[in-house]
Design a protein around this ligand. Sequence first.
Ligand code: SF4
Length: 149
Amino acid sequence: MGEGDTMFAPQLEIEISGFAGELAATDWWSAARCNDGAGTMSGLFFSEELQDIARAKQICAVCPVIADCLEGALERREPWGVWGGQLFLNGKVLASKRPVWLLDEPFAALDASGQTQVAQLMARHCGEGGIIIAATHDPLGLGNESLKL
Ligand code: SF4
């Protein structure tokens, strides 16, 4: 799969387009943030790319009908996609789909150039939705995204 591709199976696209009519019949669908009337956001909400999933969840976070949407998705046991701010798989909410890096002193024994490269890799990993758990004496350079214990 290339970047920006989605994991839609053809039959799932048909199911989704058929389901659009059911959504339109609800009293909250017209207020949905993802409802642009043309279905242009479907790729984002049914993507397997972490960046897309994170973006869809951001859109849900400020959606005025998030509670109705989540309740409905749980009742229908949605097979896939972001609904009500949660990622669903086989009718259940996935707690997380974020890759985790466990690092022990990631900057140790590296020169300045190596440290810069590692810092860039970590920033990219976090920017794509990943999580880093590190034991380190050095600041990770992740700004407000980090939590020290
Ligand atoms: S909560 Fe998310 S998926 Fe549900 S209607 Fe709002 S934007 Fe769309």
